[in-house]
Design a protein around this ligand. Sequence first.
Ligand code: PAF
Length: 282
Amino acid sequence: MEIISNPEKVFRKIQGYKLKRKQVGFIPTMGALHEGHLSLIRKARKENDIVVVSIFVNPIQFGQGEDYNAYPRVKNADSAKCKKEKVDMIFYPKARDIYPDGYLTYVEVERLSNCLCGRYREGHFKGVTTVVLKLLNIVHPDTAYFGLKDYQQFIIIRKMVRDLNLNVKIKPMPLIRETDGLAMSSRNKYLDNDQRKEALLLSRSLFSVKKMIQNGEKRAVKLKKEVYRILLSGRLLKKRYIDYISIADPDNLDDLKIIHGHCVILIAVWIGKARLIDNIII
Ligand code: PAF
């Protein structure tokens, strides 16, 4: 397994693989790899000749006062996990390799980037789409894999790829949960024992609403009420810590009042220092 930080070197290497008609699968990450990431790597390993993982804590997707400095950076542990999964290459750039002095160019998917998490994290998705576009241009994968834990991020990246005619397949991968239901996230590391227990209310509320829908409830207002009820049933979570609860069209994230077909239920809450998101697609 190679670990390369220079973007041109990565580009040239991959071009060499392409000349040999190798299929390249790519998993962009910010590191602190957990089972969720590993499930994407394993899928890519099955489907491609070459698997590339990028590890880059992207400064421009963190707002002021967010956890850029605190974000876990565990290069050795991540490298060991990638090696075990038979990753061929880790792209491990430094911030100045991606944003050299005088950097000025950004890409933004309008509307979709300003709702839900975008309302609370100004500029976040602009930072995500900019870095993902750059990474796709450097790595030139045939397929890039994204976890549905970050559902809004997936919808935005898919739209960017379609709108900009990028020649890459974007593959959504299921959200992975701990056995007790907590959605896996690098930010779960910020939770102490009590907070982690409280965090289970997110998945519990989503599973409960799923049951209500399966039993015929179609009114978003009733379903949201149930999510609030469960979230606020613990000791730590207060209404002011809930950024949003949304019942939305899974294709365009439009808010739904009545559910006719499929929907996605999305939640963002603060527990202590951790901003947790979760969702369920029905
Ligand atoms: O989902 C993430 O880890 C990041 O947002 C991504 C896609 C690697 C871009 O920095």
